[in-house]
Design a protein around this ligand. Structure first.
Ligand code: TXA
Ligand code: MG
Length: 362
């Protein structure tokens, strides 16, 4: 398949392809996504094929504003409106109950106009989006081009991260091309992603609300709006064989470069020293470290995460660093582990998952 490469002034073209059932690589503020019309089951199925994504891993829907929640969700708790007011548009996904339709409603929707000014077809989320769950992830992204595409398409856009399943998510146009050129109808160049890790996912169908995936909105900020938030166990440890995470995607080895990763925890000078003491081969061993320590590893392939205290920069650079390590062909990656406060929780989670939770204390 020939993939069209679109620029910022081809928003309408991207929206047209989505409306017609095609697949488009779209920039968001977190990572690039692979978007399709979320109301069209055939189009959504193509997402799974292009990524090689397991069918039991549901997709989230991207909407232009919070008012769309009422079209697709029911039993929306007050917390959802408070979170939307505070953090949307932005890197937060809310898990809500899908709207149930009575047979009469379904018939009415099906007989209604297939195409109205703002919406196309019945407002019913196909099972292929939710993997058959009775809940759905809803996100209102902040990237201006992404918003413009969704507005112009006039449908909720189903979009997982645009990586090949299991790989680190794409945070640049080039990464998106590397994974999806030839497999999708178009990719729109929206520059580098400003957040760099995916959205935070909060499940509002349970009490207290539960953080299923840390991401672009720090837990501490969510706690300012919600009285109580539980941390899903899959965020901080490897689940056992019998355990099922609430976010199905959290069970897969993820964000992973080809080479095994060892994460080294501890105060930055100690973790750097630990790596220096244990690293063996300047050809096959690579290092992901804070900028201050890069000169310690001059003889090795090195990727810098940013200054040791700048967790927003770590988030922006992590997936890029993992991809660069892959490209360098190293056989083992050592990574300094940031502190898990603020954005650090998301960065540490992605690093640990890339390492299959192979973590050592310095
Ligand atoms: O920042 C983001 O969220 C990016 C951009 C493109 O918007 N999207 C993204 O989608 O990261 P994806 O599919 O790579 O990750 C979504 C996660 C998966 O782990 C999936 O299992 C979980 O959300 N998820 C989706 N629907 C769910 C549901 N109803 N209940 C629980 N988890 C759900
Ligand atoms: Mg993903």
């Amino acid at each position: 398949m020939k993939t069209q490469l679109l620029t910022a002034n081809e928003i309408d073209r991207a929206a047209e392809i989505i409306r017609a059932g095609g697949l488009v690589g779209i920039p968001t503020e977190t990572v690039y996504g692979l978007g399709a019309n979320g109301l069209n089951p055939m189009a959504v199925r193509r997402i799974f094929q292009a990524k090689g994504r397991p069918q039991d891993n549901p997709l989230i829907l991207h909407i232009p504003d919070a008012s769309w929640l009422e079209l697709y969700c029911q039993d929306i708790p007050d917390a959802a409106w408070r979170l939307a007011k505070r953090f949307w548009p932005g890197p937060l996904t809310m898990i809500l109950r899908c709207k149930k339709r009575t047979p009469e409603e379904l018939r009415e929707l099906e007989q209604g106009p297939v195409c109205s000014a703002t919406h196309f077809g019945p407002h019913v989320i196909p099972d292929v989006v939710t993997a058959g769950l009775d809940t759905v992830g809803m996100r209102c992204p902040a990237h201006s081009m992404c918003r413009a595409i969704i507005q112009a398409a006039g449908v909720p856009v189903a979009a997982p991260s645009g990586n090949t399943s299991g790989k680190p998510s794409p945070t640049s146009f080039q990464h998106m091309l590397d994974d999806m050129e030839g497999k999708v109808d178009a990719i729109l160049d929206g520059g580098d992603c400003q957040v760099g890790v995916e959205s935070s996912i909060i499940d509002l169908t349970c009490t207290p609300p539960r953080l299923l995936r840390p991401g672009g909105i720090p837990l501490e900020e969510l706690q300012l709006v919600l009285e109580d938030v539980e941390l899903d166990p899959a965020v901080t440890r490897q689940l056992g064989k019998e355990e099922r995470p609430r976010a199905p995607g959290m069970k897969y080895r993820h964000y992973a470069p080809k080479a095994p990763v060892t994460v080294v925890r501890g105060e930055p000078p100690r973790s750097a020293q630990y790596i220096l003491d244990h690293i063996k081969d300047s050809y096959w061993d690579g290092v992901i470290c804070f900028n201050e320590f890069a000169h310690w590893f001059q003889d090795y392939p090195v990727e810098q995460l940013g200054g040791s205290l700048d967790s927003f920069e770590h988030a922006r650079r992590l997936f890029r660093a993992l991809r660069a390590m892959d490209a360098s062909g190293v056989k083992h990656i050592w990574a300094q582990c940031p502190d898990s406060a603020g954005m650090g929780l998301a960065v540490v989670n992605r690093l640990n998952k890339a390492a299959g939770f192979r973590v050592v204390d310095a």
